[in-house]
Design a protein around this ligand. Sequence first.
Ligand code: PBG
Length: 291
Amino acid sequence: MFVREGLDAPAPITSMPGVVQHSQESLVKGAVEAVDAGVGGLMIFGVPQHKDERGSGADDPDGVLNVALRRLHAELGDATVLMADLCLDEYTDHGHCGVLDEHGNVDNDATLERYRAMALAQAEAGAHLLGTSGMMDGQVGAVRQALDGAGFVETGILAYAPKYASGFYGPFREAVNSSLSGDRASYQQDASRTAADALAEVALDVDEGADIIMVKPALPYLDILRAVADASPVPVAAYQISGEYAMVEAAAERGWLDRDRVVLETLRSIKRAGASIILTYWAAEMASRLD
Ligand code: PBG
């Protein structure tokens, strides 16, 4: 779910029909409805009004995501698993997942400092599980250390381990009003990499303290998902991302696909490939349908 600062009513996301940028109020309402429908958890993304080069809104206790987490936690308590996207791209004016050095390159280690601060802000606001999606080297270890150091030993880490540089993230850029002009090829995985490379990423993240491993995107990477599910010592999740959602919705809108049938079929394929947790924009709908 997306929550955008400064909105007083939900705003549609054109490339993701049926998904909206929520206001703080409509987010709480939508979250309660989703939990009542039976979803297992909520992943929240913040869309700040002001972006800057270091992504200041990300660790500001009054930043849009942290405010939302606090409100959701007050409303839902432990009735659901409250997850927070731990990444800077929604908050930076250049749109990258980290801060930049003087040459304009993403500075891995300086970014880890920002992630530590974000982790503390999100844990303090009530998130149960932090989704480290920025793909910096050492991010899981850095976040784990920060959390433990502040006594948040129960706050978990959902580690995006093999996360591929993908064209399927397209609609997400609109969803978070992204200002990215280049790509993320220097920190996300290359799609031509083998499953063995994915397993190496998984091993590093597990070693650093990942509680759950996530493979992303899902449908174009089911082979990777199967390999990870077979090898991972921790539960494995898959993220059915914005472009996967959009292509089904768009084709269905034209009458080219039987929407309900195809949605279920894609989710079945992801489950069959070994995911025990699926992040999907169809979660609330499917929770009702699968009742
Ligand atoms: C990073 C992040 C992204 C997505 C989830 N977390 C953007 C990216 O990596 O480019 C994409 C999710 C989707 O496309 O549905 N904050």
